[in-house]
Design a protein around this ligand. Structure first.
Ligand code: SF4
Length: 354
């Protein structure tokens, strides 16, 4: 079986090349070709001798996620339904989104196929966990999105690990991919431009805090007290707010680094002025900004917050000195909620695309 190269670090490639009896420095050359130059065909790796290229073509492979369908939105974003696996691993589908904006693009990627965390407002939860992605499948989503949009890329690329899956429950593969993304000799993204979003897996947060190279951390908060969070995110029974926020308090934020708290506003559920005041109290001692994400009505039994409740919630936070921003999901016309595409394809192939 050919050895998969995508997802390997420079050191792993170096060791692989030595094991093949080739000079060690060929490893970093392949690393650069894959991640910096995005050359995935051995014929295009012209920095390597022809004999090595044909040997690599026989004994190794580079497998990018395959685009099954593209869903371009009127707002310019493109949602990709991707297939991973194949020859030796059962194929499965995941999602990634490319969102262009003035001066930059943001790419949202998945770290697992499906998810076991069971947040009640999330369609991915209905898939259950299918499997963890490999480092190559995670970094491959960024490479595919960049390649597909090669002709009109802005200078800055942001990556958010907010697609399918809980990144901290697939820690090793996620961090192996993040290291390649942040490596100046790899994809070369700035650490402040990569954000990992977690539902609040406390041991994972503690482990992430020990990493020398790590992305920004976003916490999916979504509730102002335990009762509410237990009802929306059962993971809160395992890691209640006090435990979660204590882990955040101990997290070694760097100068100018802050937490992003994501708060999906669900009409009549967690969007009252009392909720906003409780959020202020929860976050009073944190370097944190809050992203308020108004719920998009869809297949789940929640309703959108009113424009007045969004504004009132935001004002209460701002008055008390908590930076707050309202973020509308992009690509709403092409199934913006994470998990939506895979769910449509996997569970209900008859839902009409509108
Ligand atoms: S919101 Fe994230 S962690 Fe929660 S079920 Fe969905 S994919 Fe999993």
């Amino acid at each position: 079986m050919p050895v998969e190269l995508l997802g390997k670090s420079a050191e792993e490639l170096r060791a692989l090349l030595v094991s093949l009896g080739e000079p060690a420095y060929r490893g970093p050359q392949i690393y650069r070709a894959l991640y910096t130059e995005r050359r995935f065909d051995f014929d295009a790796m012209t920095n390597l001798p022809a004999a090595l290229r044909s040997r690599l073509a026989e004994e190794t492979r580079v497998t990018l996620p395959r685009i099954v369908r593209q869903f371009p939105s009127v707002d310019g974003s493109i949602r990709y339904l991707l297939s991973i696996g194949g020859e030796d691993v059962k194929p499965t589908q995941i999602e990634a989104v490319f969102m262009p904006k003035e001066g930059r693009q943001t790419i949202c990627i998945s770290t697992q196929a499906g998810c076991a965390v069971d947040c009640h407002f999330c369609l991915t939860a209905q898939l259950g966990l299918i499997r963890n992605l490999t480092a190559g499948e995670i970094v491959g989503q960024v490479l595919v999105a960049l390649e597909e949009n090669r002709d009109h890329l802005a200078p800055q690329t942001n990556v958010v690990l907010m697609g399918q899956g809980e990144p901290l429950l697939n820690y090793d593969a996620t961090m192996a991919a993040v290291r390649i993304l942040l490596d100046p000799r790899g994809v070369a993204l700035a650490p402040r431009h990569v954000t990992l979003s977690t539902s609040g897996i406390v041991p994972g947060i503690e482990r992430l805090g020990q990493e020398k190279i790590r992305p920004g951390l976003a916490i999916s908060l979504n509730a102002s007290n335990d009762e509410q969070r237990n009802a929306l995110m059962p993971i809160n029974r395992k890691y209640p707010l006090a435990v979660l926020l204590d882990a955040c308090r101990r997290y070694p934020l760097r100068p100018r680094e802050y937490f992003t708290m994501e708060y999906v506003l669900l009409g009549g559920v967690n969007d009252s002025p009392e909720d906003a005041r409780r959020v202020v109290r929860l976050l009073s001692h944190f370097r944190a900004k809050v992203n308020l994400i108004p719920w998009n009505p869809g297949n789940l039994p929640y309703r959108a917050p009113t424009p007045e409740s969004i504004e009132a919630f935001k004002s209460i936070l701002l008055e008390k000195g908590v930076p707050a921003f309202v973020r509308y999901s992009r690509g709403q016309d092409v199934f913006a909620a994470c998990g939506q595409l895979a769910l449509i394809e996997t569970v209900s192939p008859f839902v009409a695309l509108q």
